[in-house]
Design a protein around this ligand. Structure first.
Ligand SMILES: Nc1ncnc2c1ncn2[C@@H]1O[C@H](COP(=O)(O)OP(=O)(O)O)[C@@H](O)[C@H]1O
Ligand SMILES: [Mg+2]
Length: 333
């Protein structure tokens, strides 16, 4: 094909761009900084993320996606335009033929939400926008032969959503998506610390606690970390010492919700596929699947084996690349 093909994993936390014959060419936080009046683009990605919560009045830093879908259309379009231009920039073909883009979306996205992704892509300079369900892309990325008549379960725990899908014969047999994932884990930590210590910590601090000492299953060795926040009693900065057991307690509810969602889907799975699934185990992808103890929690609660994919954060993007060779897996619009 003459035109270029670009895969975009439009995540709530991270945007990855995959280019045919090149691989992953971009991996940046899904944040855009724009001028407050007029909306002129100032920065995209890591640079914009540094501005979150710290911008002067004339600049706004926005996360254009929330819970897996576009929540701020105009910045989403600007972000897509930036990445499309960056991908095709300087290429002669790109200057004449608009690229085709393949975007991954949560499995239970509504028609309206789907339309927003397509329109934003077209407005941002794509000649054609194709969509693929995120878990299917993740399965391709992990290297599962999706055309086989064997059932596989993929659980992608990202920032905004946890997407669960049973895949067989190149399509999704059953899927579910809940709006509980990494961001909800951070919120749960913020709430726990506020309640227990009367201290308000920021989102970034909560995320650090989650990544560095967090767990959803008791750690063999107790870890601790200092966290800085604002005392709700004095209004002044305060440093507290937080333990991994406390984070375990804080994450009990959202982690339980993820497990319940997997259980619900397994209960609906046709019996022929259950056998395969028990044999193969659950495959975990997405950044938040790396939280300590997820596989142990699944074993304890569901009596099933599971495995975290190699580089779980890039599976969807790699899968977009593979989907370029399998157009039959794409949702045509
Ligand atoms: N080592 C880790 N442990 C726990 N959570 C992590 C880790 N690394 C990243 N995360 C979390 O993963 C989420 C982002 O995952 P990602 O798959 O990139 O999301 P999305 O596809 O929604 O953009 C964030 O909530 C981030 O805090
Ligand atoms: Mg994702």
């Amino acid at each position: 094909m003459l035109g270029q093909e670009i895969g975009i994993d439009l995540g709530t936390s991270t945007v990855l761009v995959y280019m045919k014959n090149k691989g992953i060419i971009n991996r940046e936080p899904a944040v855009v900084a724009v001028e407050s009046t007029g909306g002129k683009l100032i920065a995209v990605g890591g640079e914009a993320q540094k501005m979150l919560g710290r911008t002067p009045e004339n600049i706004t830093a926005v996360k254009p996606l929330k819970e897996g879908v576009i929540c701020d259309y105009s910045t989403a379009e600007k972000m897509l335009r930036h990445y499309i231009n960056k991908a095709v920039g300087g290429s002669l073909i790109g200057a004449f033929i608009k690229p085709k883009i393949i975007v991954s979306v949560p499995s239970n996205i509504t028609e309206v939400e789907e339309r927003a992704v397509i329109d934003a892509g077209l407005q941002a300079g794509a000649g054609r926008v194709m969509l693929i369900e995120e878990p299917l892309a993740a399965a391709l990325g992990v290297g599962i032969n999706v055309d086989e008549a064997k059932g596989n379960v993929i659980v992608d725990i990202g920032g905004g959503t946890c997407d669960i899908a049973i895949i067989s014969l190149g399509s999704t047999v059953l899927s579910g998506s809940i709006k509980v994932a990494g961001d909800s884990f951070d919120d749960a930590i913020i709430r726990y610390i506020r309640k227990k210590y009367n201290v308000l910590i920021g989102e970034r601090t909560a995320e650090q606690l989650k990544i560095k000492i967090g767990c959803v299953y008791k750690r063999d060795k107790l870890l601790a970390m200092e966290a800085r926040g604002r005392s709700l009693v004095t209004g002044l900065p305060k440093t507290i010492q937080v333990s991994s057991d406390e984070i375990l307690e804080a994450l009990k509810e959202p982690a339980g919700t993820v497990v319940d969602a997997i259980r619900t889907l397994l209960e609906k799975t046709p019996p022929e596929l259950i056998g395969d699934i028990c044999r193969n185990g659950i495959i975990l992808t997405g950044g938040c699947s790396q939280i300590y103890g997820m596989t142990s929690l699944i074993r304890r609660e569901l009596d099933m084996k599971s495995v975290v994919a190699d580089s779980p954060e890039t599976c969807v993007a790699v899968g977009l690349g593979k989907a370029m060779e399998h157009p039959e897996l794409l949702k045509r619009k």
